[in-house]
Design a protein around this ligand. Structure first.
Ligand SMILES: [Zn+2]
Length: 186
């Protein structure tokens, strides 16, 4: 299993994990109060939301280029998620007239939705970053596919070590194959 597949599996598990945490908090709330109670639901959601933020960042943090702007935007996404949740709860309560407990229960699902969605856009690599990364990666990875001689900086596609002449596409596809195998995802 490659790193990226492992991460995707972990990413998909965020939903069942969050539901287990929320359900546990809900069960504790009912056990203490004898019925679903607003404060208990709120605390349950805050714990669940914190889990979502920490878990999501833990999965992806090493493949994110953490600039000041990205850190600030990520904090903004947490705030945006909380704001969306409050709007959702308010809308369910006042526009549709649902009692505060179920309104909080359902309305807050906007938090993980907004936060995770925003993170996709905030953490996405820009074209400039991608160019820089590819260039940084390519520098010492142009090796002869036959003997492994470092062909970096040569002006022709002939290996000075073993003498084999490659076409540019042979050389390129051999490199990208090697990168896929050797280079970690981040
Ligand atoms: Zn060679």
């Amino acid at each position: 299993m490659t790193q990226i597949i492992a991460r995707l599996v972990l990413a998909m598990l965020i939903l069942p994990f969050a539901m287990i945490i929320m359900a546990t908090a809900f069960a504790v709330d009912v056990a203490i109060a004898g019925r679903p109670e607003f404060e208990g639901i709120l605390v349950g959601w805050i714990i669940t939301d914190l889990f979502v933020v920490v878990y999501w960042i833990a999965i992806w943090r090493s493949s994110i280029r953490w600039t000041q702007r990205r850190v600030a935007s990520t904090l903004g996404a947490v705030g945006g998620g909380a704001f969306a949740a409050m709007l959702g709860i308010g809308a369910l309560r006042h526009l549709i007239g649902i009692p505060i407990e179920p309104a909080t229960m359902f309305g807050n699902s906007l938090f993980p939705l907004v936060f995770v969605l925003a993170s996709v856009f905030i953490w996405r690599e820009t074209a400039a970053e991608r160019f820089e990364r590819m260039r940084g990666r390519g520098v010492d990875t142009v090796a002869c596919p036959i003997c492994g001689y470092n062909m970096t900086g040569l002006r022709e596609a002939r290996c000075p070590e073993c003498g084999v002449v490659f076409t540019l596409d042979e050389l390129l596809s051999a490199q990208s194959q090697e990168q896929r195998d050797d280079v970690p995802d981040h």
